[in-house]
Ligand binder design. Structure first.
Ligand code: NAD
Length: 529
């Protein structure tokens, strides 16, 4: 069922080999080892060759969303169907075509080089760099604790223009009702209870796990899929407590599920089901679905996971502005963020424990920029307070309020108050009106399509005299960071929040897989005679 798409790019180099099945590239990973002693930095450049092998045939891919009947889930289904059936709709501004604006993969470009005769730069859509699934081809399905059929769920969400809803409704109705889901009331806000009418019965978590695994298998078989991406876009849950012996290792977590332990959340249960089925799982909400035992299980099963929390509006801008200020040598003293929104997500977040998950996810976003500039921010004083001192940081506050009237049209207000030259002060205020689900939908698509691609890429280290075999990438897909508010990374490695660095990493990786060097903005030819 997998399809091989013709590639519009051919790299003519001894480092890139095309076969019917694979694109194989050799890539030189360049870095530097730095030794710091007595204020001196001894820097030794390093280079390590790797080979990447990308399977050319894209998988026939299904997207199973948990929370498919919500604002994001229903908007995603309706907009894919509008694109697939080329449904145009009337607005007060005229006729609107469906499109994928807001998708990094389908609506942004990568520079691959320049034409020798003119020196003009050549850009291609990101989705042309390697063979990727087209969003129109995703097979859609999923679960929801609300049994409202998908056409009615779209109407309930109040996101899409009426003329689009009217035309896409029959296609949405054909998707039917979401599959019954797992509901443990303790994990989401009490105000969601009235929605919960479509549930897998019982309280036995092992039986629930097997039920969800069977759903994934059946969806895969019924639709003759090679790959199913399982995606949490359900309500934000409270944090799970990390309890030694319960959710700290893969074995303990599986045992806790067998014992129906109260601290195993629905999202962790879905993640475990996907991992055990060998299908990737992405968490689009802020809670700690990936307890240490879940990450351990993904590593052991060599399954892929990614998360946490879609980075759609306020935080995306913050990961640009904080980087801009700090890299410009300006010192943010405080960042104060307010949000109000009126959709069901906002309603759920009006409960303290669910708000807390979102607050944590929104709070760490400036850490790496601050840590990279100890000229502006004092480094932790290890001698005084040991590991608890995190060094100097800007004050950072996040407030979220539920205001039903504004619906899905979230308002985000941010003040950046900074120290400038010789004790001066600068204040930047941003008022950002986000159409929440229309910002989130393209991110879900990008995450799904990239995840499918990353399951087809293998690598090996090139070492003299050793012909190692190709291995899959590491289980935690940190290359997805650009679309995520609190990126999950390999335990023990540093999180990169700065948006431009996240984008560079992604571009460089895609290019490396076809044997091209990463981004160079040096443009040396333009600077010399
Ligand atoms: P929503 O409330 O409209 O949809 C969530 C859906 O999940 C609902 O239909 C609900 O019935 C269902 N649900 C709850 N618990 C479930 C369970 N255990 N199993 C199956 N279904 C369940 O919310 P939304 O606006 O679509 O947002 C979805 C999630 O994405 C939220 O957690 C939100 O915080 C997160 N998020 C959204 C954005 C954005 O811009 N829209 C950005 C970042 C994160």
């Amino acid at each position: 069922t997998a399809v091989r798409r013709p590639s519009p790019i051919t790299v003519q180099s001894e480092n890139t080999v095309y076969s019917d099945e694979f694109i194989t590239s050799t890539f030189f990973n360049r870095g530097a080892d730095v030794t710091v002693a007595d204020g001196q930095f001894a820097v030794k450049p390093t280079v390590q060759p790797y080979q990447f092998q990308t399977k050319r045939a894209v998988s026939k891919t299904g997207l199973m969303m948990i929370g498919v009947g919500g604002n994001n889930g229903s908007t995603l289904c309706a907009t894919i169907l509008a694109n697939r059936h080329n449904i145009c709709w009337h607005t007060k501004n005229g006729l609107q075509q469906p499109n994928y604006v807001g998708s990094v993969l389908r609506a942004s470009t990568v520079r691959i080089g320049a034409e020798p005769a003119t020196g003009n730069e050549v850009h291609v859509p990101v989705s042309d760099v390697l063979p990727m699934v087209h969003p129109n081809d995703l097979v859609l399905g999923g679960w929801d604790i609300s049994g409202v059929p998908m056409d009615k769920a779209m109407a309930r969400a109040k996101v899409l223009n009426y003329d689009l809803q009217r035309q896409v409704a029959p296609h949405m109705a054909a998707l039917g009702k979401p599959l019954p889901s797992i509901y443990y009331p303790d994990f989401i806000a009490a105000n969601q209870e009235a929605r919960a009418d479509n549930l897998v019965p019982g309280t036995d978590k092992q039986a629930h796990l097997e039920h969800i695994r069977a759903d994934i298998r059946k969806f895969k078989e019924d639709n003759e899929l090679d790959r199913v991406v399982v995606f949490w876009t359900a309500n934000t849950e409270r944090y799970s407590d990390i309890i030694p012996g319960v959710n700290d290792t893969a074995e303990n977590l599986l045992e806790a599920i067998r014992a129906s332990h109260s601290e195993v959340s629905p999202s962790t249960l879905f993640a475990v089901a996907a991992i055990l089925e060998g299908e990737p799982f992405v968490n689009g909400a802020p809670q700690n679905t990936f307890v240490p035992g879940a990450i351990d299980l993904a590593e052991k099963k060599q399954s892929f996971i990614g998360g946490d929390d879609l980075k759609s509006g306020q935080t995306k801008l913050k990961s640009v502005l904080a980087e801009f200020l700090v890299n410009a040598g300006i010192k943010p003293l405080s960042i104060a963020s307010y949000n109000h929104l009126g959709n069901n997500d906002g309603r759920n977040l009006s409960a303290q424990r669910q708000f807390r998950s979102k607050e944590i996810s929104k709070s760490s976003v400036v850490d790496d920029m601050v840590n990279a500039n100890r000229l502006l921010f004092k480094a932790p004083d290890v001698s005084k307070s040991g590991k608890t001192d995190k060094g100097e940081h800007p004050d950072h506050i996040v407030v979220i309020k539920y205001v039903p009237a504004v619906g899905d049209s979230k308002r985000a207000i941010d003040e950046y108050y900074s120290e400038i030259f010789c004790g001066g002060r600068s204040t930047i205020n941003i008022f950002n009106e986000c159409e929440d689900s229309l910002l989130a939908t393209p991110l879900i698509l990008d995450l799904t399509i990239l995840t499918e691609l990353l399951t087809r890429v293998k690598y090996r280290k090139v070492e003299p005299g050793v012909e190692g075999s190709f291995r899959p990438l590491y289980s935690v897909l940190s290359l997805l960071s650009y679309m995520l508010k609190a990126p999950l990374v390999k335990p023990g490695t540093e999180v990169v929040n700065a948006l431009s660095r996240q984008r560079n990493a992604l571009e460089s990786f895609l290019k490396a897989c076809i044997g091209l060097e990463g981004n160079s903005d040096l443009l040396l030819e333009t600077r010399i005679w």
